[in-house]
Design a protein around this ligand. Structure first.
Ligand SMILES: [Zn+2]
Length: 356
């Protein structure tokens, strides 16, 4: 049961956007207006559901049609999503097929086309689908430069594996006009814990219209999260799941914040490493090499002085101690008895005495 149909002129009639006059021209019109299915070329007629949703039905059931098995719930979700796309300022193309420039292999429930020409496929996936199939279909869209957002009304296994959300209908009071579609799984935001630390928190009350608007207009993105604790209700039972490398819809600002913190951590790590390297170089400088010789040659004394000017106070202190030691060893070497001289192992420049 598609939402679009092809007229005899080749024009596509979209039941969700066409005017009332255009609809009346095909709905229960006598003589019948020729309508064909865009999926299987079968003949169709215009229909209206008990809830007022306009759609097209095949004259004869076609098993080979891509829209075979589409339920009223699926049609309603597709039409609702198309409405969200329109509200976000993008053009929705229902049951879209690839253009001649595309690699192809897809048929989008709703293809949102932005003002700059970028495309996002929004899929109302109510039929069961494995994660592998979801990933493969997402990759097919990506090959044509199309981002995806998948919608389900169940706890589908592909949630947090591909960019997608679980939506539920929320009705306030008895007024069916105030029905809202709420995303209860798939969207995540940064939250500050009691100790002030940041962690990812699953949003269970995000308005689906706002989600689509944000996702299309760049305020939220599909982002890979290292680890995510997922708590949700299945039936009436609470469930706990742990996801590694979870794909979730995240506010762009929060992704930027995480990236900023990562860069700060990286800079701090490099600063510490450089500090450690400096200390290591200083230690090597003092210690005699394996051959028992001394690195404290006249040539690198100039380097010592240069370093001394650049060092922080603690490092300067270290150098003072080395210089004092060197001076005292030199003084001792000229006055103390040879036996004592042999016991002096510290660096003493050109007067260095080998330990025996
Ligand atoms: Zn068909």
């Amino acid at each position: 049961m598609p939402l679009t149909s092809r007229l005899a002129t080749g024009e596509v009639l979209d039941s969700t956007t066409c005017s009332d006059e255009d609809w009346e021209r095909v709905h229960r019109a006598r003589p019948r207006v020729e309508l064909t299915c865009r999926g299987c070329d079968g003949s169709m007629h215009a229909k209206r559901s008990r809830r007022g949703l306009r759609f097209f039905a095949h004259d004869q059931l076609r098993e080979d049609c891509p829209s075979a098995g589409e339920t009223a719930e699926h049609l309603l979700l597709k039409a609702t999503i198309a409405g969200f796309v329109r509200d976000a300022g993008w053009q929705p193309i229902i049951e879209a097929t690839p253009t001649t420039d595309d690699v192809g292999g897809w048929r989008a429930d709703v293809l949102a086309v932005g003002p700059a020409g970028d495309r996002v496929a929004l899929e109302a996936q109510l039929a069961p689908m494995t994660t592998a199939v979801g990933e493969q279909r997402t990759a097919t869209y990506a090959a044509d430069g199309i981002r995806t957002l998948w919608f389900t009304t169940k706890n589908a296994p592909w949630l947090y594996e591909i960019p997608g959300v679980k939506v539920v209908q929320e009705t306030s009071g008895n007024d069916s006009e105030s029905e809202r579609l709420i995303a209860t799984r798939g969207c995540v935001q940064l939250d500050r814990g009691s100790g002030g630390e940041l962690h990812w928190l699953i949003r269970t009350d995000l308005d689906a219209a706002r989600l689509v608007d944000g996702y299309l207009n760049g305020r939220s993105v599909a982002h890979r999260i290292g680890h995510l604790w997922d708590t949700y209700v299945a039936g009436s039972q609470p469930r706990y799941d742990s996801h590694t490398d979870a794909v979730a819809i995240v506010p762009s600002a929060h992704v930027d914040e995480i990236e900023r913190r990562r860069l700060l951590r990286e800079r701090e790590r490099r600063r510490r490493q450089a500090e450690q390297d400096r200390w290591a170089a200083q230690r090597d400088y003092r210690e005699p090499d394996a051959g028992g010789g001394c690195r404290c040659s006249r040539a690198n004394k100039g380097q010592w002085r240069r370093r001394r000017r650049l060092r922080a106070p603690s490092a300067l202190m270290r150098h003072c101690i080395i210089w004092v030691e060197t001076f005292m060893t030199s003084a001792a070497s000229s006055t103390v008895r040879p036996r004592l001289r042999r016991r002096i192992t510290a660096c003493s420049g050109t007067n260095r005495t080998e330990p025996k």
